[in-house]
Design a protein around this ligand. Structure first.
Ligand code: HGA
Length: 611
């Protein structure tokens, strides 16, 4: 995802903009640019493909200095990565725009603006915004008024910033579906798509809300809401410890990262949802064309990412009808694979450097797949660089070795892939899609509710502290969630944990069940619930102790040896994401009770760059 930085000050803002862009580099991008206004030189820009360092070098050779500027790192959705497509985009020589997101009606706007005489110099959707704004300025000379009129005609998602040589005392910003935050300084103000970009210049922030338009001047800030009413938004003071590389108020990175999930899931969705559908272009400029040809999906990953892939298989086959296979990379890479025609090869990795996954991708290149797609958290990684399409999860740096927020954001990315494939292939009913998109918008709130169960889960964790073996059960898409729950417990508490599809219990593992082997079950209220309840009876009949995470509407009762934890109701397809949270918390609390090294468990490494 791209990044935006803007600044208006008494001093030269060039270095502030570049530093801001560098701080956003981790989000992934393919090109970078800056536009600066100076009284003698007017509005000028510099743009480069590749790293921010290349832009910095260009500015060292040919400096741009001024007290007003906007800058951008681009991750192409419309038009290839090139200098001409890099932001800022200009209309004439007086107006510049940077934009994160996707303008869905760009083709229609482009035709209208061309008919009005505008000449386009890029292939981007973004360029339509700047010409449209220029056009509006003819009748509404105040930048804020023109922007209010222009955004009414934009469909899709945007976080954008505008500067004009005609009104060089202000930056205008607008947000709809893509985040923006204003940084408050003393006699200077800033703007960014992420506060991280501005931490070197301020610790006071004002978050724009959906539909907001802001006029940022050196010593003032004015905000209008979607209805055009002047509004005040709260100022948030950041404290030391809010940074990713610090634990802040949390005892461990893992706990901090578990609690970050509502925020990072929100971030992963931002700019990728239209009013009632997922935006296919979020996967890159060629996504729509390639997705239209997909008839099979092969997912390859390791560890936690493999579990995410297994959940995705249920989603893909149910919602798109496209057959999907999932395999661990260390196996896949060494066997002779029969490739189905028109197969999309999907890899999933937090770091994008996982050796087995990377090797599988490299082998796949010559195996006849239609295209490769990476779901990854690191934009600069090998996996991203070597894949045809990418969806970057926006989990931010994950420090705890046991993956938590990377997993849930991978699931969100895979659901967006499912929706996009279903949409392009015409296999997804529009009402199903709209309901799911609506449910996705509520997901961060649902995750908050699940996190509020922390104390209850902590109490339950006592049941595990002296145990050596546990069983995790689930059915359907909750089976891989049970696998992930078991993996978490193994990783950080060193308790042997195994996951089974609940229906398999009677085919073997039931022999192990006794009072020393707690059985953990995830039980959303779906059509498999009654079957699952029977499986639980099988456990109780053998004296096994049950811990059941159940939808509170499922009316499951506590009883001797049965501990029911009530979960908030949720759209069934999102249940795997929600039910992951208490299982993460459970492993965490068990590990704390056992006194293990939660963030750096023995024998494990964060990014597995060896075979
Ligand atoms: N659609 C714009 C901006 C892309 C973006 O936000 N990427 O994350 C473009 O393609 O330039």
């Amino acid at each position: 995802m791209c990044g935006i930085v803007g600044a208006i000050a008494e001093r030269n803002v060039s270095a502030i903009l570049i530093e801001g862009l560098k701080r956003l580099e981790y989000r992934g991008y393919d090109s970078a640019g800056v536009a600066i206004y100076s009284q003698d030189g007017g509005l000028r820009r510099s743009r480069r493909i590749g790293k921010v360092a290349a832009l910095e070098q260009a500015l060292a050779e040919e400096p741009l200095a001024g007290r007003l500027g906007i800058a951008h790192t681009r991750w192409a959705t419309h038009g290839v990565p090139s200098e001409a497509n890099a932001h800022p985009h200009f209309s004439g020589s007086d107006l510049a725009v940077v934009h994160n997101g996707i303008i869905e009606n760009h083709e229609q706007l482009r035709e209208q603006l061309k008919a009005l005489g505008y000449v386009f110099s890029s292939e981007t959707d973004t360029e339509t915004i700047v010409h449209l704004l220029h056009h509006k300025l003819q009748g509404l000379p105040e930048l804020a008024d023109a922007l209010k009129a222009a955004v009414k005609e934009l469909h899709g998602a945007y976080g954008l910033a505008v500067i004009s040589a005609a009104q060089p005392d202000r930056i205008l910003a607008a947000r709809s579906g893509s985040p923006l935050v204003i940084g408050l300084g003393l006699g200077e103000n800033f703007l960014a798509s992420d506060p991280l970009a501005l931490r070197q210049v301020t610790d006071r922030f004002v978050y724009l809300e959906e539909g907001d338009i802001a006029e940022i001047r050196q010593a003032s800030l004015q905000i209008w809401d979607a209805e055009g009413r002047s509004v005040q938004r709260e100022t948030v003071q950041f404290h030391e410890g809010a940074e990713a590389a610090e634990k802040g108020e949390y005892r461990h990175f893992m706990l901090k990262e578990i609690h970050e999930q509502p925020k990072v899931v929100q971030r992963t969705l931002e700019g990728r949802l239209g009013s009632d559908h997922a935006l296919v272009q979020a996967f890159g400029p060629q996504a729509a064309e390639l997705f239209a040809r997909v008839r099979n999906v092969q997912i390859v990953a390791c560890g936690t990412s493999y579990h995410a892939g297994m959940v995705a298989r249920y989603w893909l086959e149910e919602l798109t009808g496209i057959p999907c296979q999932v395999e661990v990379a260390s196996e896949f890479r060494y066997r002779k694979v029969a490739v189905q025609p028109d197969s999309l090869f999907v890899t999933i990795s937090q770091s994008g450097e996982t050796a087995d996954t990377l090797a599988a991708l490299r082998n796949a290149k010559s195996a006849g797949y239609l295209a490769s797609l990476a779901i990854c958290n690191v934009g600069t990684s090998s996996l991203v660089r070597e894949s045809d399409l990418t969806l970057l999860t926006q989990a931010g740096p994950e420090i705890g070795v046991a993956s938590t927020k990377a997993f849930t954001t991978q699931l969100v990315g895979l659901l967006l892939l499912t929706l996009s494939l279903g949409r392009v292939r015409g296999t997804l009913a529009t009402d199903v899609e709209a309901k799911l998109v609506e449910a996705l918008r509520h997901l961060p709130g649902n995750l908050e509710e699940a996190l509020a169960m922390d104390k209850t889960v902590e109490r339950i964790s006592v049941l595990f502290a002296d145990k050596h073996h546990t069983l995790f059960l689930g059915r359907g898409a909750q089976y891989p969630v049970a696998m992930e729950g078991a993996l978490k417990l193994k990783e950080i508490s060193y308790i042997h944990a195994e996951a089974y599809p609940a229906g398999e219990l009677k085919h073997g593992p039931l022999a192990l069940v006794d009072s020393n082997m707690p059985v953990v079950t995830v039980a959303p209220n779906n059509e498999l619930l009654e079957k699952l309840k029977s499986n639980l009876q099988e456990v109780r009949a053998r004296g096994g102790e049950l811990i059941v995470f159940a939808d509170r509407t499922a009316a499951m009762d506590n009883g001797p040896g049965v501990h029911v934890v009530n979960m908030p109701p949720i759209h069934d397809l999102l249940a795997p994401i929600l039910y992951t949270i208490p299982l993460q918390l459970l492993s965490y609390h068990v590990a704390v009770l056992k006194g293990t090294d939660v963030d750096q468990p023995r024998n494990l490494a964060k990014s597995v760059t060896v075979e």
